[in-house]
Design a protein. Structure first.
Length: 492
């Protein structure tokens, strides 16, 4: 007798409520073992791979790629032996989601519950069948994509490998964007210029609103660039209707874009679905801007001494310390001198923190994340540099754990590397202050009766007026300026 197990959305961290399925790494019919990575799930900040808590065969995929599910909801079903479709349907219909995200919800080892619940609608996803006749990519492009050495050792998901095989695509010719350099289903689709629809309803072939339907005339014989052909397919533009202006009479990408404008009356554009990270950024920053009475205080800081100290530490002593590392250290020192800024406002009180935990804004694909450097006050500059590099690298790769980007007491956002002269930052809830750091630029400054050149960096403090008064913010910037203009003072 076969036992059915539920694969559900796990709960990673106390604040996680939902996750978006970005890629299934296994297909229906695949044998899986305990600990196998089954599906990539994007939360508000990171993408993690959900592992199987049981061994068996994946017999049903319920959660589709692109679908957002609450914690504890059903993603798939695993069976320990052969089972029939009716039993699987009954298991899904009777499944009770566990919103707490308990261990049972992550992988139930029980048979189907006997009491039906408010059912998670079973949206079965079958894996794409191999192309029946002609490849989905143009002949010339398909030939180029098929060439290459044996690709059996290329790191690719099972779904991506099956699609590549079906369309005669050598995985060496596909640029990987998945976690740990893995080729994903989306990578193969992008390389081949096609898209495997996730469900029969999605594969009906209707064009997006406002875009023309493709004519039925065969356009495979029309000379065109591979990029133009892929773009035309995505826009439902038939190449017979496009005026070629490219070399040797070929249809170019620009030709297709002009044809799209002619057909729809609007310029070509793409719509990209909001990621979980972008939704969270939008919600949290809107809440911060609407609920916190922001005010800003700015000051110019001369950093020539800092740059000399940095050059000595990196050159003579062999360290790898950035200007931002000096800023982090100086902020910790200033917060220890003016602890009234190292606070959070609540409805009932103001929380005063004894330890300085600095959130460092890091730009990542699709948004930003703020990994936290803990207890900065007791760290040396080389230790801060090492920690900041490690956190930034893992933020870029999406491998931060939840406790590594939660719980900071003060934030720093540095856009100096982009040459920004000045900007204001929005406070990172539930904190009460954030420092915006601009570029250091050469400017004339007055010293005594002389005008001399100096490297000046402008910083702006955004503060929560409910918790931090203007005079307190000014004292903090005064202390910060002193530490950065005399960097040796913060090393004592």
């Amino acid at each position: 007798m076969s036992t059915l197990h539920a694969l559900t959305v796990p709960k990673w961290g106390m604040s996680m409520e939902e996750g978006e399925i970005t890629e299934w790494r296994v297909a229906v019919g695949d044998k899986i073992a305990v600990g196998d990575e089954l599906v990539d799930i994007e939360t508000s900040k990171i993408v993690n791979a959900a592992e199987s808590p049981v061994a068996g065969t994946l017999v049903r995929i319920v959660g589709q790629v692109g679908q957002t599910l609450k914690v504890g909801m059903l993603m798939g079903v695993v069976a320990t032996a052969d089972t029939d479709e009716a039993a699987i349907d009954a298991f899904i219909a009777g499944f009770v989601p566990d919103a707490a995200g308990s261990a049972r919800a992550q992988g139930s080892s029980t048979q189907a519950p006997g009491t039906p619940a408010a059912a998670v609608a079973p949206a079965r996803v079958e894996q794409p069948a191999p192309a029946a006749a002609t490849p989905a990519v143009p002949t010339a492009a398909a030939s180029a994509l098929s060439e290459g050495p044996d690709d059996s050792t290329v790191n690719a998901s099972p779904v991506a490998r099956r699609i590549a095989k079906a369309h005669n695509i050598n995985l060496h010719n596909v640029t990987p964007t998945g976690r740990n350099g893995r080729v994903s289903k989306r990578d193969v689709e992008q390389a081949g210029g096609f898209r495997i629809q996730a469900s029969p309803a999605a594969s009906a072939g209707t064009a997006p609103a406002g875009q023309p339907q493709r004519s039925t005339a065969d356009d495979s014989h029309i000379p065109s660039t591979p990029v133009a052909r892929r773009l035309a397919r995505g826009l439902n533009i038939n190449l017979n209707d496009v005026t070629p202006t490219g070399r040797r009479g070929r249809v170019s990408k620009e030709d297709v874009e002009r044809a799209a404008v002619t057909a729809t009356g609007v310029a070509y554009y793409r719509e990209e679905k909001l990621s979980g990270m972008r939704k969270t950024i939008a919600a949290r920053l809107s809440e911060s801007k609407q609920t916190i009475p922001h005010y800003r205080v700015s000051v110019d800081i001369e950093i020539d001494s800092l740059l000399q100290q940095r050059a000595y530490m990196n050159g003579t002593l062999g360290h790898k310390i950035s200007v931002n590392d000096f800023v982090i250290k100086a902020c910790a020192s200033a917060l220890e001198r003016v602890p009234e800024v190292n606070v959070q406002y609540t409805q009932d009180c103001i929380r005063q923190f004894d330890q300085v935990d600095i959130s460092m804004a890091v730009a990542v694909k699709g948004g930003l994340i703020t990994p936290v450097i803990r207890n900065v006050g007791v760290m040396t500059l080389p230790q801060i540099a090492e920690e900041s590099r490690d956190l930034a690298a893992r933020a870029q790769s999406g491998s931060l754990s939840v406790d590594e980007y939660k719980g900071g007491t003060f934030s720093i956002s540095n856009l100096g590397m982009f040459g920004v002269d000045q900007f204001d930052a929005i406070i990172n809830l539930p904190q009460a202050a954030i420092l915006a750091v601009a570029a250091g630029v050469k400017k004339p400054v007055v010293r005594g009766d002389s005008i001399v050149a100096a490297t000046v960096m402008r910083v702006s403090l955004s503060a929560d007026h409910r918790a931090i008064d203007g005079a307190v913010a000014a004292r903090f910037l005064q202390a910060l300026k002193g530490f950065l203009e005399n960097p040796a003072s913060m090393l004592l």
